[in-house]
Design a protein around this ligand. Structure first.
Ligand SMILES: [Zn+2]
Length: 295
């Protein structure tokens, strides 16, 4: 059973929640402290004029149960903050950032890294949107792109800047699509780039991001081992030695060729008792295995 935490039930959270419920996610934790307002109905597609003044999470729950009757919903009246995020992630499989709050986005980014959980971050501003997926050991993360929370006067919320309604729908759906891919364990295909939505030109682009950023948040998460030049069984021996040199609980990110190494290395590591967190083919046809050392 998959549990997804949706932080924010506004312009991004409404379409994302619908798409996840329809996509078969069994359990959603809806986090929001806001009430339905007439001014945001155009992009917050779960609400109608009759809902104005009611808590968003309550109305959202009614609509989601109407489209997915078997869904398990937990309603949390509040916001994602440094104080609340750890409790919200307890038992979760993924967190989806649909807040209108850069500070919350950094909190979600850092907590997902610390809990080794996948996350999908999203944002919209006027005519533009972005989506970024993270997996355990698979970045880059939001802090690789933007080092820290901007000063309050440098950013405008959707309410201040205005936003083109359909952009929220596109970004929310893209976030849900990415979340379903990450929940399926396909980290290689859903991380490593940022999706940008240009609402004025009607363009959606995937912009590749650099692997190594020296980022303090995720740079220390995984150590990289490149064994693309090696053959079996040297590939396994090198991985085993590199893993044993790490502290228990540390994560090793191994890149190898497809074929025998990709088949044998993860299986042998799992037989040794280590946690193979994820594996998959990279865009350049190399194979990547992320493994956590157990004591
Ligand atoms: Zn980073």
């Amino acid at each position: 059973m998959s549990t997804v935490v949706i932080a924010g039930l506004g312009g991004l959270g409404c379409p994302a929640a619908l798409a996840l419920a329809e996509g078969g996610v069994e359990r959603l934790v809806l986090v929001d402290d806001d009430r339905v307002d007439l001014s945001n109905l155009a992009r917050q597609v779960l609400y109608t004029t009759e809902d104005v003044g009611r808590p968003k999470i309550e109305v959202a729950a009614e609509r989601l149960r109407a489209v997915a009757p078997g869904i398990d919903l937990e309603l949390v009246s509040g916001r994602v903050t440094a104080e609340t995020v750890d409790g919200l992630l307890d038992g979760a499989d993924l967190i989806l950032d649909a807040t209108d709050d850069p500070a919350a986005r950094f909190v979600i980014n850092d907590a997902a890294l610390a809990h080794r959980l996948p996350a999908v971050l999203g944002g919209i501003h006027r005519y533009e949107g972005l989506v970024l997926g993270l997996g355990p050991g698979f970045g880059p993360c939001f802090r690789c792109l933007f080092e820290d929370v901007p000063a309050a006067d440098e950013v405008a919320t959707c309410a201040q800047a205005g936003v083109l309604g359909p952009i929220a729908g596109i970004v929310g759906h893209l976030q849900a699509r990415r979340a379903l891919g990450l929940l399926a364990g396909d980290y290689a295909r859903h991380t490593g780039f940022i999706t940008t939505v240009d609402g004025l030109r009607g363009r959606i682009r995937e912009v590749p991001l650099p692997e190594a950023t020296g980022c303090p948040a995720c740079g220390g998460l995984a150590q990289r081992l490149d064994i693309r030049a090696d053959h079996c069984p040297i590939t396994y021996v090198r991985t085993k030695l590199a893993l044993e040199a790490l502290a228990p609980g540390a994560v090793l990110d191994v890149v190898m060729r497809r074929g025998d190494p990709a088949r044998n290395v993860p299986r042998s590591l799992a037989e040794d008792g280590h946690d193979v967190l994820c594996q998959g083919v990279l865009a350049n046809d190399d194979y990547r295995v992320v493994v956590r050392r157990v004591p």
